[in-house]
Design a protein. Structure first.
Length: 75
């Protein structure tokens, strides 16, 4: 679910909430925290992949994905 929301938000900002509403209740004791954790995980993996294939030439190269990670860290 988190990867779906991550990709959907990237392509269509604001789409996560309607997707969540359409899925109904999530069978997890703390779905918000679980989705936040897995979203963080997917963003880190995407950052690594972009570094690995050379899209991001250096670890500190400007990128939306790093901006998103920094924003998540401040929450």
């Amino acid at each position: 679910m988190a990867k779906c929301l991550f990709c959907s938000e990237h392509e269509a900002p604001g789409s996560a909430q309607p997707i969540l509403e359409g899925c109904g209740p999530i069978d997890h004791p703390d779905p918000t925290s679980a989705l936040s954790f897995y979203t963080l995980l997917h963003r880190v993996i995407m950052w690594w992949f972009l570094r690995h294939i050379g899209v991001l030439p250096t670890p500190d190269a400007p990128s939306d994905i790093m901006d998103d990670l920094r924003q998540m860290a401040t929450r």
